[in-house]
Design a protein around this ligand. Structure first.
Ligand code: DX5
Ligand code: ZN
Length: 228
């Protein structure tokens, strides 16, 4: 499986979202990552359904919705109806995670579960066989532009091992502090969908930055192939 780049519009100019999305797509972004924050689960408030609707109208690639909200069960249907292809929910807020994952699948979207930096990989032990993808947070959620937490490499390897034990080829998405400098390393550790916000949208040329990120990521894939 190859590496996919998910451009996180959190770091884009919200007054010109359409242009930002188009630039990332020209650079080869495979997904547009939509960070939904409620000011409750995380300190920040960002994008809601009306903005999601507008993004869906202009985006050519699938939308990957990351729900950083306290009550995702209340909103997953609405985000699915607005055209999300993938929705990820945080394990930390869901006492009935299995039910939520099934609900996402019933809505016809790819079901993802996210864990925060302080949440152990083992939290997903009993759901590992059911997920369509896992999202490993490599920063504490809430803001773009934070520094990659180094231990995330270890978590990627542990998460891949957990999914493999469950015989689930589901890809691992990585979110937070990903840039050209660490892309190869995180891919070698098992990440297959790289979320990038500031590395793309704070670059002088977001289109070229998207391309550069993919090139760096693919080097990680090549190094991994050589070592197996
Ligand atoms: C953080 C969000 C991320 C964020 C990543 O809470 O979930 O998707 O946009 O931004 P960078 O790539 O700048 O760390
Ligand atoms: Zn995110």
């Amino acid at each position: 499986m190859s590496v996919r780049i998910a451009a996180s519009i959190l770091s884009a100019d919200f007054a010109a979202l359409g242009d930002a999305i188009a630039a990332a797509e020209r650079g080869g972004a495979d997904l547009i990552h939509v960070d939904v924050m409620d000011g409750h689960f995380v300190p920040n408030i960002t994008i809601g359904l009306p903005v999601m609707r507008a993004i869906k109208r202009v985006a050519k690639v699938p939308l990957d919705v990351h729900l950083m909200i306290s009550d995702p069960d209340r909103y997953i249907e609405a985000f699915a109806k607005e055209g999300a292809a993938m929705i990820s929910v945080h394990a930390e807020v869901l006492p009935h995670l299995h039910r939520t994952v099934q609900a996402l699948k019933d809505l016809g979207v790819k079901a993802g579960v996210v864990i925060n930096p302080a949440t152990p990989v083992a939290t997903l032990e009993d759901i590992a066989g059911d997920v369509d993808f896992v999202l490993v947070m490599s920063v504490n959620p809430g803001f773009g532009g934070q520094r990659y937490i180094e231990r995330s490499d270890v978590k990627l390897r542990e998460m891949r091992a957990l999914l493999d034990r469950a015989r689930n080829p589901a890809p691992i998405e990585l979110d937070g502090g990903v840039d050209r400098g660490n892309a190869a390393r995180v891919v070698a550790a098992g990440a297959r969908v790289l979320v990038a916000g500031s590395a793309i949208f704070h670059a002088p040329d977001p289109e070229q930055a998207t391309r550069d990120l993919r090139d760096a990521a693919e080097q990680g894939l090549a190094s991994q192939t050589l070592h197996v």
